[in-house]
Write a protein that binds this ligand. Structure first.
Ligand SMILES: Cc1ncc(COP(=O)(O)O)c(C=O)c1O
Length: 383
């Protein structure tokens, strides 16, 4: 008989375990900022940007207030506007398309590949044609590195280039992962990430960053981050911007977390390998294509032909937390249903939304706890 109720509760993401590891240094860093009084654009903000650039190989890093703002700032820098289309996957978090709609442009939803959950290059081509047919000007594509796995850049970048589109990588879930030896942050013209607490690299509130190589675009982003201010005269606003700074306190948190990030990525990969080994005969487990690495923002299974609600209810009965990312693709959601989809529809996004479920995943998942999760999952799938 499963005895899950008698044991300690299982966390879906155990941030407390991380805090136990780095808590003392973290508290010291926070106290240092508190005492410094430099709450806005303090030295930690610039130090973090330097370290993040070094970590992923991007020339410039612009820290900011959230992952959503990290997506919005590049679009503002490119002057994305009504009449323009931006291609993005439908199987993602709303923020990916939300920023396009903010600016009055049209998100055109593209399907994903079943095996990777990431943007399908064939559907991307179809989406570009759909946009043109509707009289829109396709200007860019936003790729998403869903659940921590990089999108197929060798296939997508040439398509973007052939059609004169910029590529913005939404690496909110994938920052830290690599594609054929290169870390995310260096693909396309710009990359955005999120430091939301549940992300593989998360702060203690909201935060994000933009990564890029282009000096001129970096200057524009610096200005947009602080109300469109002029480079030399901060009371001369030269464009319409926003308040998108990262708090110094969050930068201090991230500096401490970045110090253990590589180690945590390795631990996440061991957890994923153990899950794959133990569950591959009862479910479709996530496979990482040759030459890529994942940071496992989520560990996501599929059990086609099975009733997902029953599986999740069985896991809940054994106190195993689960989540569904995402129960509805964007083109099926109220706010986004009016936007076009590539070609004749997005069957893969719809199928995945109906089938996927995610198990607890974090770098501090010990073997005994993982074994409980695996045993309960196997029972749930056998029922
Ligand atoms: C794919 C994706 N894009 C964008 C975001 C937005 O990030 P934030 O919540 O930091 O605004 C998230 C996370 O929430 C995400 O998962």
């Amino acid at each position: 008989m499963p005895d899950g109720h008698a044991e300690k509760p299982i966390a879906f993401i155990d941030l407390d375990a991380q805090r136990r590891r780095i808590g003392a240094r973290m508290e010291e860093a926070l106290l240092r900022v508190t005492r410094s009084g430099k709450y806005i654009m303090g030295p930690e903000v610039f130090e973090l940007e330097r370290q993040l650039a070094q970590f992923c190989g991007a020339k410039h890093v612009l820290s900011c207030s959230s992952g959503t703002d990290a997506l919005a700032l590049p679009l503002m820098a490119w002057n994305v506007r009504p009449g323009q289309a931006v291609l993005c996957p439908a199987f993602t978090f709303a923020a990916t398309a939300e920023v396009v709609a903010w600016l009055g442009a049209t998100p055109v939803f593209v399907d994903v590949i079943e095996g990777t959950f990431n943007l399908d290059p064939v559907s991307l081509e179809a989406g570009i044609e759909t946009a043109k047919r509707l009289g829109l000007k396709p200007v860019g594509v936003i790729t998403v590195d869903l659940f921590g796995l990089p999108a197929d850049y060798d296939a997508i970048l040439p398509i973007a280039e052939a059609h004169g589109l910029w590529l913005l990588d939404d690496a909110a879930q994938g920052f830290g992962a690599s594609y054929k030896g290169r870390k995310l942050g260096t693909f396309g013209q710009m990359t955005a990430t999120s430091f939301f607490p549940a992300k593989p690299l998360g702060c203690y509130g909201d935060g994000g960053a933009v990564f890029l190589d282009d000096d001129a675009l970096h200057d524009v982003l610096l200005s947009l981050r602080i109300h469109g201010q002029d480079k030399d005269d901060k009371y001369e606003n030269v464009r319409i911007g926003m308040t998108a700074r990262m708090d110094t306190l969050q930068a201090a948190v991230l500096i401490e977390k970045l110090a253990v990030f590589e180690d945590e990525i390795a631990a996440r990969n061991l957890v994923a390998e153990r899950y794959n080994e133990a569950l591959q005969d009862v479910a479709i487990v996530p496979r990482i294509p040759e030459g890529l690495t994942s940071v496992w923002a989520q560990y996501t299974l599929r059990a086609p032909g099975r009733e997902r609600a029953k599986i999740l209810a069985a896991l809940k009965a054994e106190s195993i937390p689960t989540a569904i990312y995402y129960p509805k693709p964007l083109h099926r959601q109220t706010a986004y249903a009016k936007y076009p989809v590539a070609g004749n529809g997005l069957p893969v996004s719809e199928r995945l939304a109906a089938e996927v479920f995610s198990l607890p995943m974090h770098p501090y998942l010990d073997h005994a706890t993982q074994d409980r999760i695996v045993a309960a999952t196997r029972r749930a799938l056998a029922a």
